[in-house]
Design a protein around this ligand. Structure first.
Ligand code: NDP
Ligand code: DGY
Length: 330
């Protein structure tokens, strides 16, 4: 038995993940799975220890896989399978240099994330958290014509920053609310996707100027980092609502705070922040017109289960030298 287990490939899993995925790993019978058996992030020192000599790594968006981690893993590491579609936490250049393959989870979380983004947009625009609070704290005295009014989607213009899988899926869900015009930005026009929503490809400043709702759904890259800044918010309408479900770092949070407090924009809904978690003392959390969620875009039971299976299958295929269900092209 000892000899057999020595032949197993070592896989390090940085967090407790849904059972469905763990089952796929164990049923493959080819791994010695070492799990950081916790709901909390693995400390760096344990990550470095865990990856040493591993052939495969299953990681989360909260694990920074940098040169130090890759060096600690050594030449045995052949596949990284991340439990996310975003890959800004991976040092892609270093990974590519080492010939390591990467699996990720596109498509399977698109619906859940788009749905959550629509929920966040509506909650922000129609001031739901504030309204619920008023019911609980006795602020609800009577029906008042001028109380807790917000902004509706009917007849509006929606600007999508990054018309990718999730961006398009958000736009398609918003259309039946009566949105009359969709604008979008990106590195280049995406005519096929745009046709589904009659979207117009525009420069970022035009999107800011003309949108009643701005939805950010792009990848975090050096180019998009801090893209929603002072200049961007200054161009937005005073009545516009800003929603971000991509990555926190796409937004300059100090600039957003100033835009929200000076009345430059109406409200903001954020599913992602810098850092995560956002400290409870953060200034953004003092604002009634800012709704912050704890990065729950893909958080349905079914989606997380499906993600875990895809993550396991990506890893297995990668380590067998086969084509992965979802391989990131490096
Ligand atoms: P896609 O790759 O399909 O879409 C990414 C989009 O980013 C593309 O449309 C791309 O447009 C756009 N983009 C890239 N560079 C720029 C740029 N410089 N300016 C504007 N847009 C740009 O990915 P998904 O839709 O599947 O996911 C998008 C992101 O959502 C993920 O990277 C992840 O960070 C985040 N996410 C968040 C979740 C949450 O829980 N809140 C859940 C899942 C994902 P183009 O190529 O045309 O430039
Ligand atoms: C991702 O997959 O990138 C999300 O942020 C979490 O599902």
């Amino acid at each position: 038995k000892m000899i057999a287990s020595q032949k197993l490939m070592k896989v390090f899993v940085t967090r407790r993940i849904p059972q469905e995925g763990m089952k796929v790993l164990s049923q493959s019978g080819i791994f010695d799975v070492q799990l950081w058996d916790s709901n909390e992030p693995v400390p760096k020192v344990e990550l470095l220890r865990g990856v040493a000599g591993a052939h495969g790594l299953i990681c989360l968006l909260s694990d920074k896989i940098d040169k130090e981690v890759l060096d600690a893993a050594g030449t045995s590491l052949k596949v990284i399978s991340t439990f996310s579609v975003g890959f800004d936490h991976l040092a892609i250049d270093e990974i590519k240099q080492r010939g390591i393959r990467v699996g990720y989870t596109p498509e399977v979380l698109t619906d859940a994330t788009a749905e959550l983004t629509v929920a966040l947009l509506l909650a922000t625009a129609r001031r739901l958290p504030e309204a619920v609070e008023e019911v609980k704290n006795g602020g609800w005295s009577t029906w008042k014509p001028l109380w807790l009014c917000g902004y509706g989607l009917s007849g509006s213009t929606v600007g999508v920053v990054g018309l990718g899988r999730i961006g398009l899926s958000i736009a398609k869900r918003l259309k039946p609310f009566g949105v009359t015009r969709f604008l979008y930005t990106g590195r280049q026009p995406r005519p096929e996707s745009a046709a589904e929503i009659q979207g117009e490809y525009v420069p970022l400043d035009k999107l800011a100027e003309e949108s009643d709702f701005v939805v950010v759904s792009c990848a975090l890259t050096p180019e998009t980092q801090g893209m929603c800044n002072k200049d961007f918010f200054a161009k937005m309408k005073k009545t516009a609502v800003f929603v971000n479900s991509s990555r926190g770092a796409v937004v300059n949070q100090d600039d957003l705070y100033n835009a929200l407090t000076s009345g430059q924009i109406a409200a903001a809904g954020l599913d992602v922040t810098v850092p995560e978690p956002l400290p409870t003392s953060h200034p953004l959390l003092t604002l009634k017109n800012c709704v912050v969620l704890p990065h729950i875009g893909s958080a349905t039971y079914a989606t997380r289960g499906t993600m875990s299976v895809l993550v396991a299958n990506n890893l297995i295929a990668g380590l067998k030298g086969e084509s992965m269900p979802s391989e990131l092209k490096l």
